[in-house]
Design a protein around this ligand. Structure first.
Ligand code: PMP
Length: 287
């Protein structure tokens, strides 16, 4: 449970934490965010998340609300104040409050900065990974800069809801040429018949996932065969194994894509090995 939330310089009780009605995050989704895993009370891959946050801010021309060191300090405070041992830290930075106008406000507008930490149910996540998840493919309907981690998440919400209604846990977006871009809140991976890992090359169509980058480090360390390229829905349906990556669920096996069982319909052995080795390479930063 979240008890304390950081909002613009203050740590407030959850029920009292609020931002202005004319905050540009609320009115225009003029806002970026990060989600970082917390494991044993420590942040995982903090530097990569900090780097991506600064990139997202720069791409939108939002000034950074603080240095990466201070942001790290605030994240740790949220972890400690909410007694999170295993869970996530969520932070969001908006362009700030200004009378509603599409164009950016002139003058110095302070960005809004919100941070909260929350425990996640570890046994639930592990049970999910042990069973594997189902995925539904859907036409890509997001915007042209999916590489920026903005809060413009309505298409992702609609896709997740459509997936849920179809009995799936995640949606995989498919571009006009029939290639999978990524998941609604994760990156998409398959393992082909030869045991080669395949995930889409970075570009404007997908988020450069921190978990994706760290998994590529693991793959490099262990000299595993990998190809960064787009794959089709047909390739995904016929894959030996499939999985998603995200900070909140690390490596999550996929056992069904649309109506097709992947492999024997159970989490793949290779995927589960990657899942269990992931934290050997992920960077841990203590309190
Ligand atoms: N793609 C999208 C669209 C996402 O929302 C996420 C999770 N935030 C990811 C990929 C995975 O990124 P990360 O590994 O940094 O959590």
């Amino acid at each position: 449970m979240t008890r304390i939330v950081y909002v613009n310089g203050r740590y407030l009780p959850y029920g009292q934490a609020a931002v202005h009605v004319e905050d540009r995050g609320f009115q225009f989704a003029d806002s970026v965010y990060e989600v970082c895993e917390v494991k044993n009370g420590a942040l995982i891959d903090e530097e990569r998340h900090a780097t991506r946050l600064q990139r997202s801010l720069k791409e939108l021309g939002i000034p950074s609300p603080a240095t990466s060191w201070t942001i790290g300090h605030i994240m740790r405070q949220c972890i400690v104040r909410n007694r999170v041992r295993n869970g996530v830290v969520y932070l969001q930075v908006t362009r700030g409050e200004a009378p509603r106008d599409f164009a950016f406000p002139s003058g110095d507008v302070a960005p809004t900065f919100v941070c909260l930490a929350r425990s996640t149910n570890q046994s639930k996540t592990e049970a999910l990974a042990a069973a594997g998840i189902a995925v539904k493919t859907l036409p890509e309907l997001r915007w042209g800069r999916c590489d920026i981690k903005t809060v413009m998440l309505l298409p992702a919400c609609l896709a997740k809801e459509a997936a849920r209604a179809a009995g799936a846990r995640e949606a995989w977006f498919v571009d006009a040429e029939g290639f999978v871009t990524e998941g609604a809140s994760s990156n998409a991976w398959i393992v082909d018949a030869e045991g080669k890992l395949i995930t889409r090359t970075l570009g404007r169509e997908l988020l450069p996932g921190v978990t994706r980058a760290t998994l590529l480090d693991l793959i490099g360390r262990d000299h595993l065969a990998v190809e960064e390229r787009a794959f089709t829905v047909a390739e995904a349906h016929g894959a030996r194994e499939a999985f998603t990556t995200s900070a909140s669920a690390t490596v999550m096996p996929v056992v069904k894509i649309d109506d097709m069982l992947i492999g024997d319909g159970k989490p793949g052995a290779f995927t589960m090995r990657l899942r269990s080795s992931f934290h050997q390479v992920a960077k841990v930063s203590g309190r």
